[in-house]
Design a binder for this molecule. Structure first.
Ligand code: TXA
Ligand code: MG
Length: 307
């Protein structure tokens, strides 16, 4: 679903109330942060997150950064060790994103983490994004608010040029302070790994392999541990079939053929198939248009032989 016209409202109580209303209705909203403008959605609502991908026209699913008010809210969704807690206390609110183990039972849509057992969190320093998280009362997933392949937006006009007509609301908070995305650091048992350099300098070297923008470059890239067959119209012996549209299986990505619903269920159903008694997984054909292209990209990666 796409808006015909994108409204632009200057940051203030009215804009935040309207933005919160849209967030709770499952719609993405473009918001200023202290780094770049982000396209925010309720991190607990898989269809809202799927609409972020649809608006960006991104051809693949990458895990997204989840924005929280503070450490207390972050602890509800991520597991903090002493080192992570110290970094958060020192740099939050601010442009430092921590990749931490996802807390079991956290209300986070699997599309947000792209099925990974870790989650990227940060508490933004911008008053507009802080107010929206408070007004919505929940963590917000937000990648940069640009169409796929375009540079990150540092002004509301950039968002309008890139996503105008594809989202309902842009909150204009003027130019962003840093103009560069947050630093991303993974915190693992006593070890820090720099995944993306940014405004916060911790004196770490970027890992060999360089930037991680491309999903294939993520070190821990979710793929099921069972063989996966694509374009399946019927289950063969031993297969757990994931249906779509007219193809029915053990479960369906979307019986009505809705790609937003399918994207929101993709990782959950892959996990369910993996945990089942069946030794193999099959997936029905999904049309290669719009969000379907991102779904198929992920399925092809999951079906590729392990190296
Ligand atoms: O400054 C920012 O961080 C901006 C503003 C809007 O807050 N947001 C932003 O989000 O840049 P996004 O979603 O475009 O950046 C996500 C990056 C990707 O490169 C992704 O690979 C990495 O974070 N990432 C997210 N979750 C991860 C995880 N569990 N493990 C490793 N990398 C992760
Ligand atoms: Mg980006």
């Amino acid at each position: 679903m796409s808006a015909q016209i994108s409204r632009v409202l200057s940051y203030g109580p009215e804009a935040i109330a309207e933005a919160a209303r849209l967030i709770l209705a499952g719609q993405p909203v473009a918001m200023p942060t202290e780094t770049v403008y982000g396209l925010a959605a309720d991190a607990g609502n898989g269809e809202a997150v799927a609409r972020v991908y649809a608006a960006k026209g991104r051809p693949s699913f990458n895990p997204l950064i989840v924005h929280v008010r503070d450490v207390n809210q972050a602890i509800e969704i991520a597991e903090f060790n002493a080192q992570a807690r110290q970094l958060a206390e020192q740099y939050w609110p601010g442009p430092l994103t921590l990749v931490l183990p996802l807390r079991e039972g956290a209300r986070i849509a699997s599309l947000v983490t792209a099925g990974l057992p870790t989650i990227a969190v940060r508490a933004p320093a911008h008053a507009a994004m802080q107010s929206l998280i408070a007004a919505a009362g929940r963590p917000l997933a937000a990648p940069s608010a640009n169409a796929s392949g375009r540079i990150s937006p540092t002004r509301a006009e950039h968002v309008l040029e890139s996503l105008g007509g594809r989202i309902e609301l842009i909150v204009d908070g003027g130019p962003t302070g840093h103009g560069l995305e947050s630093t991303i650091v993974a915190v693992e048992k006593g070890e820090l790994r720099l995944l993306r350099p940014g405004p916060v300098n911790l004196g770490l070297e970027l890992e060999a392999g360089g930037r991680i923008e491309a999903p294939g470059q993520l070190r821990s890239h979710y793929a099921p541990l069972k063989p996966l067959r694509l374009e399946a119209l019927k289950a063969r012996e031993g297969e757990w079939l994931i249906g779509f549209g007219p193809v029915t299986g053990k479960a369906s990505l979307s019986t009505s053929g809705n790609l937003v619903e399918a994207a929101s269920k993709l990782f959950e159903l892959l996990h369910e198939a993996e945990k089942s008694d069946c030794p193999a997984i099959a997936v029905a054909p999904v049309p290669d248009e719009g969000l379907g292209a991102a779904i198929n990209d992920r399925l092809r990666r999951a079906a590729a032989p392990r190296t």
